[in-house]
Design a protein around this ligand. Sequence first.
Ligand code: NAD
Length: 338
Amino acid sequence: MRVAVFSSKPYDVRSLGAAAAGTDHRLDFFEARLNCEQVPLASGHDAVCVFVHDEVDERVLQALASGGTRLVALRAAGFNNVDLDAARDAGIRVCRVPAYSPNAVAEHAVALVLSLVRRTYRAYNRVRDGNFALEGLLGFDLNGKCVGIVGTGRIGTVFAGAMKGFGCRLLAYDPYPNEEMVALGARYVDLPELFAESDIIALHAPLTPQTRHLVNADSLAGVKSGVVIVNTSRGALIDTDAVIEALKDGRVGYLGLDVYEEEEKVGFYEDQSASIIQDDTFARLLTFPNVLITAHQAFFTAEALAGIANTTIANLTAFERDGVPLHEVAAEEPARPS
Ligand code: NAD
């Protein structure tokens, strides 16, 4: 199959190229993001392979269909950037990589928690500057603390296991409770109780209309003062303006973000170090000494990249052979993806 790979980085070329070796798929790599302007690049390709910032909306899907494309293969788990109804109407199938390394993302969430509560990101700079003072670096033990996990699918469950290893108590919220979590000792509660009881809140739910701005002024009114919030799922689970207010008055004591609601516009995945940040909300976040932001890198391990590439190629091969990809995402799919 001819496949147009959008938002390609050198590591995508390497990992997808290695996974496609020995198949007869022809991958054409484009650095551009897929959107209305760039969609002509896909013309004549049977499939497009896209990532989290590609805009796969109704106009793009219609243009893809007229150019002969029949499959959108996401090399990601989340699919909130694809209009599934429009894809169905355009006769285009959509597939994704449902599980590649939940460990990669869960471990990054743990890294954010540890770095925040022991302030190692600040200590690193101090020591390099010859400042060996400890004032301002006081942390707290994780042992015995209460961790609330919103979304207990693959990643949330691995995160829960790691936090249990530190001796934390586990609370969970998910419309589909999971036995593995219960076996770890987690107690499923409603969201207000989770917000009220947790010392650490970790977001691992997909972005849906129900989860958009799940952390907002109302929910933040009910958190423990100084709570740690970590988000490695999708940026829009948090109302950023509301969290900034809660950081200013100390209700949020630590904030770890791998995702941001306007991350495409900020330029995540690009070197913007010589540019002026135009997003004042993002710039404000960067001023807090207790906010640690990474640029959507939680998935970025060697194991995860190989897993993403292998499943993506398997999706393409299955689609070419059977007309149906291995891990299809369909418009009528309920909130819990298979
Ligand atoms: P998953 O499908 O295994 O689990 C998601 C869980 O969220 C499910 O148990 C589902 O029931 C639950 N859920 C659905 N609606 C909910 C709601 N309203 N409230 C609470 N929970 C709800 O997915 P996963 O593999 O664990 O991934 C979780 C999310 O992590 C993905 O959707 C994606 O957005 C994000 N992600 C981020 C990165 C990264 O690099 N930062 C990488 C992969 C995935």
